[in-house]
Design a protein around this ligand. Sequence first.
Ligand SMILES: O=C(O)CCC(=O)C(=O)O
Ligand SMILES: [Fe+2]
Length: 342
Amino acid sequence: MAERFIDAETCAAQTGLSQDQILQWRSQGYTFVRGLIPESLVNALIDIASDLFPAGGSEAAEKMTSFGSSGALVFPSSYFEFNEVTLHPDLVRAVSQLLEIDTKEIRLSQSDLWPKFGRVATGALRDNTDQRMHVDYPNHYLTHPPVWQQPDAVELILYLSDYRDCGGSTAVVSRWGDEDPAYQWPIIDSPGIAGKNFINDRSQAERYLADLDSEVGDWRAGLYAREQYVAFQPGDILLYRHDTWHRGTPLKLGTRRFAHNMTFKKADSEWIGNMHPGWSWSAYRPDQSMERWIATCTVDQRTLIGFPPPGHGYWSRELIMAVQARYGPLGFDASAYLQGLQ
Ligand SMILES: O=C(O)CCC(=O)C(=O)O
Ligand SMILES: [Fe+2]
């Protein structure tokens, strides 16, 4: 049996993921890395989240019982560092290594930083404390993930806490190859799929599924028997997939864990939905932080959210000048787009 706890492997920011890390993600369904995001940005993000969210054990914390920040800290954010981490070039390069595509072919579809709290489970079917084993594809894909060898997205969790303080490791089930019984198609033996009730709480979900079909119950018990736990420290990143079996586990009582979930997909995978309101909807905010971000971020960062890259057939000189008129007062530099016309 493999070690139950998995330590992050350091990778050099200059070179990105190692061949071993890329291979592990491609064959086993995840890789766990350290050192991709600069420490100063990680610390800035921890400060932002610490100010924004309630303390562990507080009354306000008791009310936050589900996944995500409910829009409180999602892309695009008024916090510069949040956007900077989300579209960090080293992170995006790691995604391009895993998907074997140019960074220009990658789009962001999720960025959500949220607190999970250590408390006694409420007993509700949807309680998020001790999650049922699951795959994430149903609420990202309109369809079903493609064959294992042709992934079209990368999911990741950037941890901003230390598991030695708060517990709450994400558990993953490593894929053992094409014949692995845990990873056969179609992927439907999980709550909320193919007409089954959506139950998040582990014990209630497993009782329900085993009552429906005892073989499925036994098979799922096998998934739990194989789960391994990421021993995360601030800045560590779990890169995984929409078809990787995994789950969130309970935190130590009274503690708080910050996790930042992101998803990057292939630009032409329209069946993978955006998890947040369309990016331009944020231009409705009075603070104009989204426009300022667009105006001053890099050309590559713009491309990651669907802004047409230099050389794209969308652009004409007139159109570039119109966009320049919109964003110029906020610092936009149109030169790369103008050069792309030649
Ligand atoms: O909280 C975690 O560690 C994992 C969360 C998760 O997998 C989910 O909510 O889909
Ligand atoms: Fe998940």
